[in-house]
Write a protein that binds this ligand. Structure first.
Ligand SMILES: [Zn+2]
Length: 236
């Protein structure tokens, strides 16, 4: 992937899939359908709730939270009042739940948030919460199936929540053969260039080196994918 693709500023690496509707890296389409076929045979209907998300979308999420127009949450999921926080505190809070624009794994098209379409009742609004994937939740059986089988198809979970500051995301899967290359290619210089010209709120306070250090500590590249307030198809 080139710098524009790594940071979601172009979509030349992306293929649009009509059913289930999603947008994936061209080299991830076949592996995803291999996984999907096996899951269908076992009674599941895994579909991406989110797939590719571009830089502009991630920027809108970031700026919405920074400005207080979108809800922002603390580590326990309680709402925060943006106007009561200084810029540094806002950035810390945003990074708990959302990636810096340019640093989301969803920019690569290698990462998907999977739910089971068979398990969602009609009209059910998916929120991507821990409860939905916990033992009593509607997506627990799929989560268990993926835990056992995803690796056979090249997919792994980058956000397992084992290190401090990383929310566990049992729905988020990544196609390792392509994503690992992207993770290695996304250097601080590439990220810096992507946000330098962007109308990013709090840009002066964004400490790229520090954000990068946190990414390195996570060992998985990119911050949380979750944005609870985003619509189901953020890439459209
Ligand atoms: Zn995700």
């Amino acid at each position: 992937m080139n710098d524009g693709e790594l940071t979601g500023r172009v979509r030349t690496h992306i293929a649009d899939v009509p059913e289930p509707e999603c947008a994936l890296h061209g080299h991830v389409v076949a592996p995803f359908f291999n996984l999907r076929r096996a899951a269908l045979a076992d009674g599941f209907d895994p579909v991406p709730h989110s797939s590719f998300r571009d830089f502009a979308r991630q920027l809108a999420i970031w700026n919405g939270k920074f400005s207080g127009q979108r809800p922002m949450f603390d580590a326990s999921g309680s709402p925060l009042d943006a106007s009561a926080l200084n810029p540094d505190e806002r950035i810390e809070a945003i990074l708990l739940w959302s990636a810096l624009p340019g640093a989301s794994r969803h920019h690569w098209g290698t990462d998907i948030d999977l739910i089971d379409r068979n398990a969602a009742p009609p009209g059910y609004r998916v929120q991507l919460t821990q409860e939905e994937f916990a033992p009593a939740g509607p997506f627990a059986p799929l989560a268990e199936w993926l835990e056992t089988n995803a690796a056979r198809f090249g997919f792994f979970r980058p956000f397992r929540g084992v290190l401090s500051g990383v929310r566990p995301e049992p729905w988020h899967f990544s196609f390792a053969p392509v994503a690992e290359n992207a993770r290695r290619s996304l250097t601080p210089a590439v990220l810096h260039k992507a946000i330098a010209a962007a109308p990013l709120l709090g840009k002066e306070q964004v400490r790229l080196r520090r954000a990068w250090g946190e990414r390195k500590r996570q060992g998985n590249g990119g911050s949380s994918c979750l944005d609870a307030s985003s619509p189901p198809r953020p890439f459209t």
